[in-house]
Design a protein around this ligand. Structure first.
Ligand code: 5GP
Length: 207
């Protein structure tokens, strides 16, 4: 009997390493589907349409909102970001655990629409580590780093609204922990009601 997959929402401060951890998770563990978001922001060097994001115009994005094609969306630093609904639905139905890598506002909107969604927040081991990682990327100016650190401080206030935290001490360990956490959700009673009902029925027939 195929069990429907779980909807997993992963958030975390810029620079915490979400992308690297997810890459490790997908390379070493099976059963996951990554939801590619739509955005109106311009691609960064190396970003590929349909892989990192679906890069769309503001008009197209607003049409997606109107046509109810998005599971959630949010405006973040002047651009729209949103989760196309049909891919998520299809993969959940096929039994995959679907991962949305989205910011806090969108995450909490997902919770309203899909109460069973599991919200995970990835944290750095400490504030200094975060600052060093942002600097180490070498892609942002000191001013941008300072803005991102400030934003991290604001976002940290909302971590208590999530279900789980995961601390990124080491990329591969963090990916293993994430996998263990997500897999354990598959053992929840409410995720297994069809199986339980079937067994109850069989037991009744035999007694
Ligand atoms: P970036 O521009 O750095 O790729 O992403 C900026 C922020 O938008 C990140 O926190 C990222 O997780 C978030 N984000 C990416 N896709 C989505 C989405 O579909 N919905 C929402 N609500 N946030 C998203």
């Amino acid at each position: 009997m195929k069990t429907r997959g779980n909807l997993i929402v992963l958030s975390g401060f810029a620079g915490v390493g979400k992308g690297t951890v997810l890459k490790s998770l997908f390379e070493t563990h099976e059963g996951y589907a990554y939801s590619v978001s739509a955005t109106t922001r311009a691609p960064r060097p190396g970003e590929v349409n349909g892989v990192h994001y679906f890069f769309v115009s503001k008009e197209r994005f607003e049409e997606m909102i109107e046509e109810d094609e998005l599971l959630e969306y949010a405006s973040y630093v002047g651009n729209y970001y949103g989760t196309p609904r049909s891919y998520v639905e299809e993969k959940l139905e096929d039994g995959f655990d679907v991962i949305l890598e989205i910011e806090v506002e969108g995450a909490l909107n997902v919770r309203k629409k899909v109460p069973d969604a599991i919200l995970i927040y990835m944290l750095p081991p400490g504030a200094r580590v975060l600052q060093e990682r942002l600097k180490g990327r070498g892609t942002e100016t000191d001013e941008v780093i300072a803005r991102r650190m400030k934003r991290a401080g604001e976002e940290a206030q909302r971590v208590s609204e999530y279900d789980y935290i995961i601390v990124n001490y080491d990329v591969d360990d963090c990916a293993d922990q994430l996998d263990a956490l997500i897999r354990s959700q598959r053992l929840r009673v409410r995720s297994n009601l069809p199986f339980i009902t079937k067994l109850q029925k069989e037991l009744k027939e035999l007694t």
